[in-house]
Design a protein around this ligand. Structure first.
Ligand code: GLN
Length: 545
């Protein structure tokens, strides 16, 4: 680690869901625009080893990195806003920390010591924070949860110690809080923020900056009051007002002077003017689109849109690239099992079936695929959605009614089956059906070779791609010829030719199923080609409707 690397710790107070992840990602992006190199990390105090086994209703989407870590969805914000790829070394949970501590204890590494939260657990957290850093100017570490949570205490102690060890000239504490608006008083209230800062001070942390989430402008005298009571410089009380789009956040934080104050805190030169023109261009398209296109997303977690965070984002990026607003019609796939499919889908210009697990809503997804195939509506199937598209062709075109996935039924025609062995960078990965659920899927980026003249090759503009995976089952290639006769071709495979990664229907305007998750790599400034092309196909379709 270079001596110049500085650490910014972001904590949250008052309530959860304040958008700390977005705030951290926005700050990173502004610092980048001033010429600094950044890295972003998330420390989650919950006890799961990773969010991989958590319900999307509990935790939202599981974000997968290139190197196969299953992480918090905030890492998605980090990658989308900064363009810097996150790694396994950028995400930790209490479960993982304890796993490491206990492994060391069993191994005898502590030489007979009594193992305690301080120093053993806190040291493990500190090691995580300081590991795998090269020449970054700033490392932004977000602490999950809210100050005062029991689980969060070792993290606060650890970051306090890091600041002590490195010196305050290399560490900064930013606390994100809420100023609730009380209509009867007609005022924003500062008391919860004051209490939250007091709580942090109890742990020995004096925040250097407050990011105050508020619905309305914060009057200067209120900022002064907060500054005085919280022991913070007035110019470091930053208003974080609600924005009409997340892409506006870096622009408004920069207007508030956050980057200047961060540089001032560290006593460093700001290098260059913050250039946020790329965000401004995006906001211009968002505010003045040339049109609106409606796309259905048919999934089973539609009550909690956080569960489809990256898909939502990737569709927006595809829209921005086409100067269109994408309006997503979220449809609970179970509804397609007992309601009129035509009625539910006739007002959309494209259909996306995302990833998923388990039986609920599966037949509704198959019904959505059938509708898209028969009505020549642009279709994108992702992971489970791709598997459903193959099952649909086998059931309804080939006529094997019992075609299904062994994930759900053992006695089916196993078009999709459990994958127990596959190649990873020259070595073989193995699983069995009774093994652990956590961390045992095919995870992370794998290469895929595209067939010449396929739609996929045209869309990507190349013949070899790397995409991120998260699945346990796989379409069985022994059905390739049967599928081909039925009009569906396998247009992307693993380099050894054993695993099908992409299917498409050539006699359809735009029908692609992918075994991987392209949405995870899409960025506002680097929209994913599949989403750009899919949204374009939807726009073309809408012109015909
Ligand atoms: N349930 C499927 C599998 O494990 C698909 C997973 C997904 O959509 N991410 O293969």
């Amino acid at each position: 680690m270079s001596e110049k690397t500085k650490f910014i710790f972001i904590t949250g107070g008052v309530v959860s869901s304040l958008g700390k992840g977005l705030a951290s990602a926005s700050l990173a992006s502004i610092l980048q625009s001033r010429g600094f190199k950044v890295r972003m990390r998330k420390l989650d105090p919950y006890l799961n080893v990773d969010p991989g086994t958590m319900s999307p209703y509990q935790h939202g989407e599981v974000y997968v990195t290139d190197d196969g870590a299953e992480t918090d969805l905030d890492l998605g914000h980090y990658e989308r806003f900064s363009g810097v790829a996150c790694h396994k070394t950028d995400s930790i949970t209490t479960g993982k920390i304890y796993q490491r501590v206990i492994d060391k204890e069993r191994h005898g590494d502590y030489l007979g010591a009594t193992i305690q939260v301080i120093p053993h657990v806190t040291n493990e957290i500190k090691d995580f924070i300081l590991s795998d850093i090269t020449d970054e100017d700033f490392v932004l570490c977000e602490i999950g949860g809210t100050v005062g949570d029991i689980e969060g205490q070792p993290y606060l102690e650890a970051i306090r110690q890091v600041a002590y060890d490195l010196g305050r000239e290399r560490a900064m504490f930013i606390h994100v809080t809420l100023l609730p608006y009380i209509p009867t008083a007609g005022e924003l209230k500062t008391k919860p923020t004051q209490h939250s800062v007091k709580k942090l001070q109890e742990y020995g942390i004096q925040p250097d900056m407050l990011l105050c989430r508020a619905q309305t402008e914060i009057p200067q005298n209120e900022k002064r009051k907060i500054a005085l009571f919280c022991n913070i410089r007035e110019e470091n009380v930053i208003a974080a007002l609600d924005c009409d789009s997340i892409y506006q956040v870096p622009i408004s934080y920069s207007h508030e002077g956050i980057d200047l104050q961060v540089c001032k805190h560290f006593g460093i030169d700001c290098r260059q003017e913050a250039d946020l023109s790329k965000w401004e261009r995006i906001m211009d398209v968002i505010r003045h689109p040339e049109g609106i296109v409606r796309i259905a997303v048919v999934g089973k977690y539609v009550q909690l849109l956080e569960a489809y965070k990256s898909i939502n984002e990737a569709l927006t990026h595809g829209g921005i690239a086409n100067k269109y607003k994408v309006k997503i019609k979220w449809i609970d796939s179970e509804r397609l099992e007992h309601e009129d499919v035509n009625e539910l889908l006739s007002d959309v210009s494209a259909i996306l079936v995302p990833g998923g697990f388990g039986q609920r809503g599966t037949d509704g997804k198959i019904a959505a695929v059938k509708y898209a195939r028969e009505h020549k509506i642009p279709f994108l199937g992702i992971c489970y959605g791709m598997q459903m598209s193959v099952i649909e062709t086998m059931q309804n075109v080939v006529g094997i009614k019992n075609a299904y996935t062994t994930e759900l039924r053992a006695d089916c025609e196993p078009v999709v089956g459990l994958m127990t062995e596959w190649d990873r960078e020259g070595s073989t990965e193995r699983r069995n059906k009774d093994g652990d659920l956590g961390g045992t899927m095919r995870l992370g980026a794998y290469p895929c070779v595209l067939s010449e003249n396929s739609l996929a090759a045209k869309v990507y503009g190349c013949n070899k791609i790397f995409e991120r995976h998260r699945h346990r089952y796989e379409v069985n290639l022994k059905y390739e010829d049967v599928l081909k006769k039925a009009g569906m071709v396998v247009s992307g495979k693993s380099p050894d030719g054993l695993l099908p990664e992409i299917v498409e229907i050539p006699d359809h305007p735009w029908f692609i199923g992918v075994q991987f998750h392209p949405e995870l790599k899409s960025k506002p400034f680097d929209p994913h080609p599949l989403f750009v092309s899919f949204v374009k196909a939807a726009i073309d379709k809408s012109r015909l409707l």
